[in-house]
Design a protein around this ligand. Structure first.
Ligand SMILES: *[C@@H]1O[C@H](CO)[C@@H](O)[C@H](O)[C@H]1NC(C)=O
Ligand SMILES: *[C@@H]1O[C@H](CO)[C@@H](O)[C@H](O)[C@H]1NC(C)=O
Ligand SMILES: *[C@@H]1O[C@H](CO)[C@@H](O)[C@H](O)[C@H]1NC(C)=O
Ligand SMILES: *[C@@H]1O[C@H](CO)[C@@H](O)[C@H](O)[C@H]1NC(C)=O
Ligand SMILES: *[C@@H]1O[C@H](CO)[C@@H](O)[C@H](O)[C@H]1NC(C)=O
Length: 476
């Protein structure tokens, strides 16, 4: 059982001869670009109806009322009670998607509503208290006659208005999302606490695939994965929403409708890491194994990708991931990279999901790039396919990792948590010759011990340290 020296602080890297920043896994900056989207887009779009635009022109430039700061109580920490979810689903999809919602929904704790297209049939009643209470979306016939929009798009777009009209008290944030998303609410609370709910705030994430951002907008929060609006912003948006729907007959996505309407109010997106639209197909393991150092907030489209754990079906996979999420969301999927110098190995740990062992020393700047095990949402397009860098999987002894997936979690001691990872399959390759032939074939199980203290409550130095032990047991 060799002891591993493990660190995120960069000290091991220095010993290995890499020069390293003291905080090596810094988040990559997103360069915001300001340009006149309104004039460029509207007046050059083929579907643009100029009379309609000009008749609404005045409305676009009226300053919205500013939120009445004095009515907001002084800032206490944000809690789950401050958030109301607006989830738009359908009766047709509910049988499959109920499991996804119930994996994260906390009955009688999380607040919110599930909007259905039609009343649930008898076999779905009585409605379980383990699911969010349902509502039937309003009849949008009148507006649809005018705009000729797709009915589902309008139903989703107006979901924010209907959620607001429920009149919940003490709300700081509204979070809209699809019924096929898994939300990590402890992390959502932690992240929202960093934003000022008394201001106009609009938070969301991009699509991972380049094309959907290009088709819709790089300035928009993709709605299925969760878009968050501060209370005063929703209060300002709601009276304008139907006008926006009429003003933009050519917009065919509800999340783009919100973005356009908010831009008219002078409010732009805060792109937040950890919100995952998953506009991807195939095997997501490469992405889930290299999550950036940011809290995991959502995973959309679980039904569009392979099960997260290949030995389980999709529902079981989600519930399995939630076993780790229920103990410590703050570390979930977060990547820690460490080195075992005696063997010339690099280890990449995605807490609660996977461990990869490479029989080679790779710098963190390489390992933080996801292995491209997945495909873009739309195939047969020119690269770049994704809005982040990837590594192509290479089946060679010095390149291909040994892969271990999350098996179980338990308390190791009063303030330590133990996660177990088991080998998926034999790697089927000889050892890497250039680093000394140190095979990892005999390792079948990895234990990761982490602090019970949540990541956000510890200093950087503490969070950088994982204790690892490897059991040398023959793989069968
Ligand atoms: C703002 O809130 C204060 C205190 O509740 C109230 O007296 C005032 O009328 C409000 N102003 C507006 C514009 O609503
Ligand atoms: C939620 O609260 C209601 C009423 O207080 C109760 O009947 C129900 O059993 C609770 N549901 C759960 C899952 O705790
Ligand atoms: C693990 O520890 C936590 C916090 O100390 C405690 O709430 C929980 O019940 C423990 N779980 C088990 C299975 O002992
Ligand atoms: C690690 O690999 C290097 C070549 O990359 C080699 O020189 C060194 O001897 C190896 N160390 C061990 C412990 O095998
Ligand atoms: C590793 O094994 C190969 C094949 O057996 C051999 O040619 C090579 O010299 C070995 N490398 C080291 C560093 O021992």
């Amino acid at each position: 059982m060799p002891s591993l020296s493990v660190s995120r602080s960069g000290s091991n890297l220095k010993r290995l001869g890499f020069s390293s920043d003291p905080i090596p896994c810094k988040t990559l900056g997103i360069i915001g670009m300001a340009f006149c989207l309104f004039s460029v887009f509207l007046f050059s779009h083929p579907g643009c109806q100029s009379e309609l635009i000009s008749s609404h022109f005045q409305h676009l430039w009226v300053s919205p009322p500013q939120p009445n700061i004095t009515t907001v109580s002084p800032s206490s920490p944000t809690t789950i009670n401050h958030i109301v979810f607006g989830l738009v689903g359908s009766v047709g999809g509910w049988r499959d998607r109920k499991n996804y919602i119930e994996s994260w929904w906390k009955p009688n704790i999380t607040r919110g509503y599930l909007y259905l297209d039609v009343p649930p049939p008898a076999d779905l009643l009585p409605w379980p208290s383990s699911s969010p209470p349902y509502r039937i979306s309003e009849d949008n016939t009148k507006i649809l006659e005018i705009t000729k929009h797709d009915a589902t798009m309008v139903r989703i777009a107006r979901g924010i208005l209907e959620t607001f009209r429920e009149g919940d008290k003490g709300v700081r944030w509204y979070m809209m999302g699809d019924d096929d998303s898994i939300f990590f609410i402890d992390n959502i609370v932690e992240v929202l606490d960093k934003y000022d709910h008394t201001k106009y705030v609009y938070i969301g994430g991009h699509s991972e695939s380049a094309l959907p951002n290009f088709i819709h907008s790089y300035e928009m929060g993709f709605g299925g994965a969760g878009v968050v609006f501060s209370y005063p912003l929703v209060a300002a948006l709601v009276p304008k929403l139907d006008d926006c729907i009429k003003r933009y007959p050519f917009i065919f996505a509800a999340d783009q409708m919100w973005q356009s309407c908010l831009a008219d109010l002078g409010v732009y997106l805060n792109a937040q890491k950890g919100i995952h639209q998953i506009d991807l197909v195939g095997d997501l393991s490469g992405l889930l194994s290299s999550h950036p150092e940011a809290p995991l907030l959502s995973l959309h489209h679980p039904e569009k990708v392979d099960p997260y754990f290949p030995s389980m079906d999709r529902h079981q996979s989600v519930n399995h991931l939630m076993k780790a999420a229920k103990v410590d969301q703050s570390r979930l999927l977060q990547q820690t990279i460490c080195y075992h110098r005696e063997s010339n190995w690099s280890l990449s740990v995605s807490w609660g999901y996977s461990v990869h062992i490479y029989e080679n020393i790779f710098p963190k700047s390489i390992l933080q790039k996801p292995l491209e095990t997945f495909q873009p949402w739309v195939r047969d397009v020119m690269p770049p396919f994704f809005i982040f860098n990837t590594r192509l999987p290479i089946r060679e002894p010095c390149e291909a990792p040994h892969i271990f997936l999350f098996k179980s979690i338990k308390n190791a001691s009063a303030n330590r948590i133990l996660t177990n990872y088991a080998r998926v399959a034999p790697r089927g390759l000889p050892p890497c010759p250039i680093t000394g032939n140190h095979s990892a074939d005999h390792i079948f199980k990895i234990q990761v011990i982490s602090f019970a203290t949540k990541l956000n409550e510890v200093s950087h130095h503490q969070l950088s340290c994982f204790l690892l032990s490897i059991f040398h047991v023959k793989f069968e």
